[in-house]
Structures are given as C-alpha cells and as structure tokens.
Ligand binder design. Structure first.
Ligand code: NIG
Ligand code: FE
Length: 423
C-alpha cells in the first residue's frame, strides 16, 4: 500500500528549488512559499505548492495529514564534513587550550589527533557504534538528515577498515544517510614517526594497500587528506588523492586551515568535490575556487571552539562566485557539535553570511559537495522528502537563536525521525 502524507500549515516553506549549485547572489534564493504544502508519496515529494493547490489534487484526499502549526519548514540539513566515529571527547585538551596552549603545540606532544587514535584503537566496535548512534540522534534532533563521515582516527589497516565498516552498518541501523569518506591521511601515525622514511612508508601503505582495499570493498565514496604543516605535504596529498581517484574515490581536502599550503589550488587542479576550512586562503586561491566546481566548505565551528579570531573569508568567496557550503566538522578536537543551527549562527555573526545564504549553504550547496543534489538539499517534485521543521515564525530566527534547540521535527524520506516533546 503506498503511503501518502500531506504537510500543511508552514508559516514559511523554504523549497530551495531552482539551479544548483548556488553562487553569488543566487545563494540567497530560498524559493519561499507562503502557506506552502508538500505532498509526499512513499518518501518522495510528489507535489509542492500552496495548500489550496495541493488540496485540490485527488491524490491528497486519502493522504495522512500533518499540520505544521505555523512553523518554518525547510529541507533537512546536509552536513558535508564530520568525523563521526571517535571513541571519546578531548575535554582535557580543551582546558589546556583555554590556558594558552595552541592546537599545534598539543599535537606535537602526542595529543590532538594521535590522542584520539590511541583511544579509538583501544575501543571495541560496539562502544564506537553506541557513541555514534547517540551522536546521530543529536544530528537528527537538530534538523540534519544526511551527513558525511570520515575515517581517520584509526590510521592502521584494521582500525581504518573498522571505522569504514561501521559507517556502512550504521547506515542500515538508523534513518540518517551516512556518506562515507576515507581519511587515512589524517596524520602520520605514531609507529611511523621517528623512523627513517616513516612518512613515505605510511603514504605507501595508503596508496598501495589501504586505498585499493577500501575501494575494493566499496567502503568509501570519497578520499580526503589533511594537507597541513605537521600532517601531509602538498606533494604527499597529491599522491594520495590521485591514488584515491584512480580507485574511483573522488577527492575532498582539508585545505588552508592553520597555514597556507597550496591545498586549494591542488583541489581545483584535481577536480576535488570540496576544499574545506579555507581560513588562510589567498586572493588567488579565492579566484581559482570561483572559477571551479570545487565547493568551498566553511567550518566556523572549529575557529569558535579553538578560540581563533581568523575565520574563512566567506564574503570574498561568495562575491567572487565560489560555491559556499557550511558543515559542523563534528570531531573531538576542534568542533564537538552536531548542531547545524549553531553553525548557521556562527556563519551569520562571524562569516557575515546572511541567514538566507547560510541556509542555502547548509542544504543545496552541501548536497552538491556530496554529489547528491539530484536527490536531496531542496524540496522539489521527485526529491527525497528530507525535511526539518523549526518552531519559529521566520527562517531568520534559525541562526538568530543560539545555544537553544528550536528544531521541532525532522523527517527522513517522509517519516518523522525526531519530534520534540513540546507542542
Ligand atoms: O577538521 N583538521 C583535521 N581534522 C579535524 C580535527 C581533528 C582533530 O583534532 O581531532 C578538523 O579540524
Ligand atoms: Fe575535518
């Protein structure tokens, strides 16, 4: 029996319909319908229009009705950069950072990513899965319906495969869609450091063993590298991303976060789907991104959590014509949040993006970076009914409120996966 659902009573229905990706002025186009309604058939959008239009369709008569009671309805958030699987927080480092230690100083002393690697290797799959399930419930509770997830806290064959297999298992066990990325090139693991040619040997392990294995088992769609001082050089990043590409995994890259390495230009050259962070980009990098189809994914949660004052130059990127997206970068070291609304608040106050730009960056443009804009990121006929509902009158209030959760309901493929107790 096909199940139809008619959604009505939105104060504002943000459809995000139209051309994707959104660049420049088009980034503010939310395609808002007043008194809008959505008809869903078997989890897919069958019609979008005003309530009167949809109620006149014969098909809506038998449909189950869901009244949103004057709330804001929009596509579910697409969180295109997370490090979902990790074993524990790094609250101890948070305290050190507040006292004045830098992220790089902590990393040099074996803290940072290596600290999380140690913890992950010691953790069972069951424990990791339990923690991820709890995080996924939080993502859903903040309006996220699809998220990308990177490996990268394993850094040996067994542990990286363990993480990527968990992505797959989690996809089948809970409603949110998880898009898997291989980030074996997060940092060089401890056992390869301080030995002659250690870094080169680790790169060889990635390109000759892990990448073919991951691709062979179809465990990741994308391959990522942390191109940064203390992580991987430009030359190593190129080698790894090229190997990934040859195995069928599209490149993404952590670029120009703490220092300018040239990673953005490499991303453009390789046709990467996304270059992420971008705090330290140069004018020429911005121009290169603007001319490309590589999405500029901005992660203001990191700068906020690390207490850094230099955020990515979002205005310059948008005005030059780059494709801007926003993501949480959920991870234990630099951005421990599952809240896209909080990221939108930071995008508005720190990146000077308008609320409309921030919403388009967190939905349709993020969907483009995951190569899923044909399916998610907007509310159009034929698209998946992935929907977030906020207990607000006006979409601008989504970033306006911060530190409180105003998400009222989240639907994945037309089914509620989160609903607040408040009515
Ligand atoms: O995106 N930069 C590399 N990866 C994460 C941080 C990881 C960590 O500190 O554990 C990031 O910021
Ligand atoms: Fe990251």
């Amino acid at each position: 029996m096909p199940s139809n659902l008619l959604i009505t009573g939105a104060s504002q229905l943000l459809t995000l319909r139209g051309r994707a990706p959104r660049r420049g002025k088009a980034l503010s186009d939310l395609g808002i319908l007043k008194n809008g309604a959505v008809l869903i058939r078997d989890g897919v959008i069958a019609a979008v229009g005003t309530r009167a239009e949809l109620e006149s369709l014969p098909e809506t008569r038998a449909a189950e009705k869901l009244d949103m009671g004057g709330r804001v309805v929009l596509p579910g958030f697409v969180d295109s950069h997370t490090h979902l699987i990790h074993a524990a927080s790094r609250a101890e480092e948070y305290e050190l950072k507040i006292a004045g230690a830098s992220y790089e100083e902590i990393a040099r002393k074996g803290g940072g990513i290596l600290n999380s690697v140690k913890k992950l290797r010691a953790a069972t799959s069951e424990a990791l899965k339990k923690r991820a399930h709890a995080a996924l419930r939080e993502f859903a509770a903040h309006g996220t319906t699809t998220l990308e997830a990177k490996s990268g806290y394993g850094l040996d064959v067994a542990s990286e495969l363990k993480i990527l297999r968990l992505h797959k298992e989690l996809s089948g066990e809970q409603p949110l869609e998880i898009v898997s990325t291989f980030l074996g090139a997060h940092v060089v693991p401890a056992e390869y450091r301080n030995r002659l040619g250690g870094a080169e040997r680790y790169v060889a392990l990635l390109t000759e063993t892990l990448i073919p294995e991951v691709a062979g088992e179809k465990l990741a769609e994308f391959c990522d590298v942390f191109c940064e001082r203390g992580a991987f050089s430009l030359k190593q990043s190129k080698e790894i991303l090229q190997a990934g590409k040859e195995s069928g995994m599209l490149p993404r890259i952590h670029a120009e976060q703490l220092t300018r390495t040239g990673a953005t230009r490499l991303a453009v050259k390789l046709g990467a789907v996304s270059a992420d962070h971008l705090e330290q980009v140069s004018k020429a990098d911005i121009a290169a991104l603007a001319k490309s189809n590589t999405v500029a994914t901005l992660l203001p949660g990191c700068d906020f959590h690390l207490g850094l004052s230099k955020y990515a130059p979002a205005r310059e990127l948008i005005e030059a014509g780059a494709i801007a997206a926003l993501a949480t970068d959920y991870n234990p070291g630099t951005s421990p949040t599952m809240s896209m609304p909080m990221i939108l608040s930071l995008a508005c106050t720190q990146l000077r993006m308008s609320p409309a730009e921030a919403i388009a960056a967190a939905t349709i443009n993020a969907a483009c970076s995951l190569r899923r804009d044909n399916r998610i990121g907007c509310l159009e006929v034929g698209k998946q009914a992935d929907i977030a509902v906020f207990d607000l009158d006006d979409y601008r209030e989504i970033p306006y409120y911060f530190g409180v959760n105003k998400c009222w309901m989240t639907l994945k493929k037309g089914r509620p996966v989160f609903q607040t107790a408040h009515t």
